[in-house]
Design a protein around this ligand. Sequence first.
Ligand code: ADP
Ligand code: MG
Length: 287
Amino acid sequence: MTSKAYPFGTPSFKAPSFEAPSFEAPSFEAHPFLEVRAVKKSFRDAKDGDIHLVLSSIHFTVNEGEFVTVIGPSGSGKSTLLNIIAGLLPPDEGSVWMQGERQTARAGKVAYMMQDDLLFPWQSVKRHVAMPLRIQGVGKRAAEEQAERILKTFDLIHLGDRYPKTLSGGQKQRVALARAYIQGTALLLLDEPFGRLDALTREDLQAWLETIWLKEKRTVLMVTHDIEEALFLGDRVLVLSARPARIVLDLPVPFARPRKKDVRLTEAFVAFRKTLMQALAEDTQRL
Ligand code: ADP
Ligand code: MG
């Protein structure tokens, strides 16, 4: 089927048989935005010297602009997986592909907010957010202007001159997210960004992050151990098994956006939650 035949998108009528659609994927889908191919990783235990398989054979894809969340038990290898995708750690087997190119340790394609990402006590909020641009070689003035723009988008401009010790836990996480976002890379990796916050603050930050993401679309892969958070934010939820981790479920989440806080109370949300809990529980029984 040529593009000339349907210049305005997919026809709503059935294609006549002499133009039967081909089952070959169109070329723009041939390369998913991110593809993790059969990634395996083991570590040698520091105490007994034994080798432990952490990631058994991880395979998944993420489309451009998607927000994909990953849940799994503590110690299952979630941070290890993000380290591999970020190019900080080589896989033992398998590979990571971005936009059709094999990902290497080259920096610049991925912004990564690591678990327990720290703010430096001696730097103001504005300087924290400008820092990744300064590291990329952007001049001070231009970097600070961009930082101000991001701080406005993130509703943090009033905190620009403050120092970390004067910020609440939630404010610190917002600043760390702004610092990751400003890098402008197409893929944003987030490792439990709200992990240490109390439940109410988490809910506020989840809604806030969705608002930001709807305004400034990125492809996001976010690790969490919180089922509700995974469902509230994800277009899809990947469930990792306990170690050695594999993906036991890849669940599309259909709720319309923006998702209101009380979507959590709907029957559909509760049903999805149950599906995820069962996926995690079945896996525990396997052990
Ligand atoms: P998660 O983020 O899901 O809690 P991690 O990816 O941090 O899990 O760790 C998975 C497992 O791999 C854990 O048992 C951890 O102790 C082990 N591990 C992680 N990094 C290393 C390392 N650099 N050396 C040895 N073992 C590691
Ligand atoms: Mg972790």
